[in-house]
Design a protein. Structure first.
Length: 329
């Protein structure tokens, strides 16, 4: 009999993309949502069950007979005051409900711990992982940095900046390094977590293959699109101030962009790598290949105004000698 999975966050960026891979792996997938009728209209081929993390009594039926539960929920997008505290309550509710239901493991996608003081967003990601791992159900926490893939908020920001600005203002905080990872590799890591030996709760970082500064990421993404923007260093611009001009240029939600940018005030480097080997996975793909895949996946989704801005920027921006479409590992 196939293992049964409860997929939370099933309508979100990661959950939408993970669903098909879990089915391909032979798992029986049950998707949790607060609005099953609405979700069914959008994805009629998926198994939807109602449940609310804020109402623990609603989780028992959803978790019944499940072997594995994926926890892919994040409260930041709600923009409500106190969302971080609410997120911890959700995690506690879920951990207890999973224990009562006899779930074998929880797999959680969190964020990399920064080398300096964490932003509210990153602290909430880490605290959520700690709450889940403190429960009775063995929990695998995977920590990712910037995810390069169509639909990722961080990808949307850097992609739109690279595509729409012939010249870029570079604040000092863009000198901090991170290890961007391709969506395909994050999904593979989560899928592998269903079969990884897990006798007790643990966590791993899932970094991409290179540690890159924000400046390097922007330049290399621009090169993939065949552009070489002019860079202007203005060190005194704060992350909060930067989030305002990001809102003007990109499609990213302002509140989400503000939280993500404020998380870039120190290096985001893996402190426990090695998951790719532990899970028997190939090395993660490089930034350029990940970007090419993301650009192809979102082709045709850019608005008319967005296309106009990008065409204008392309006309004003010097062409990169590397040329568009070249991938490098």
């Amino acid at each position: 009999m196939p293992q049964r999975v409860l997929l939370t966050g099933a309508t979100g960026f990661i959950g939408r993309n993970l669903h098909g891979l879990l089915l391909e792996a032979g798992l029986e997938v049950r998707c949790l949502t607060r609005k099953p009728e609405e979700a069914y209209r959008l994805w009629p081929d998926r198994c939807w069950v109602g449940g609310d993390l804020g109402a623990p009594e609603s989780l028992a039926a959803a978790l019944e007979d499940c072997d594995i539960a994926y926890y892919l929920v994040h409260g930041m997008g709600s923009h409500r005051p106190g969302w971080a505290e609410e997120e911890l309550r959700w995690a506690g509710n879920f951990a207890r409900a999973a224990e009562l239901a006899g779930v074998g493991r929880i797999i959680y996608l969190g964020g990399v711990a920064p080398q300096g003081p964490p932003s509210e967003h990153l602290l909430s990601r880490l605290n959520t992982g700690a709450v889940l791992r403190a429960g009775a159900v063995p929990t695998l926490e995977l920590r990712a940095g910037m995810i390069i893939g169509a639909g990722s908020a961080s990808w949307t920001i850097v992609r739109d900046l690279a595509a729409r600005l012939p010249a870029m203002v570079l604040p000092a905080w863009l000198s901090h390094k991170s290890e961007p990872v391709a969506l395909a590799d994050v999904l593979a890591a989560l899928q592998a977590g269903a079969h990884l030996e897990l006798t007790e709760s643990t966590w791993w970082d899932i970094p991409g293959p290179e540690a890159l500064s924000g400046r390097e990421i922007l330049l290399r993404l621009a090169a993939v699109m065949g552009r070489r923007p002019v860079l202007l260093k203005i060190p005194f611009i704060t992350p909060r101030l930067s989030s305002h001009w990001i809102r003007l240029v990109t499609r990213a939600d302002y509140a989400v962009a503000r939280e993500l940018v404020e998380g870039l005030t120190s290096d985001l480097i893996a402190s426990r790598p090695g998951y790719w080997d532990a899970a028997g996975l190939p090395p993660p793909i490089g930034l350029e290949e990940a970007a090419i895949r993301a650009l192809a996946a979102e082709a045709g989704t850019i608005s008319r105004a967005g296309r106009f801005a990008e065409n204008m920027a392309g006309w004003l921006t010097p062409r990169s000698q590397a040329g568009s479409g070249q991938a490098r590992r």
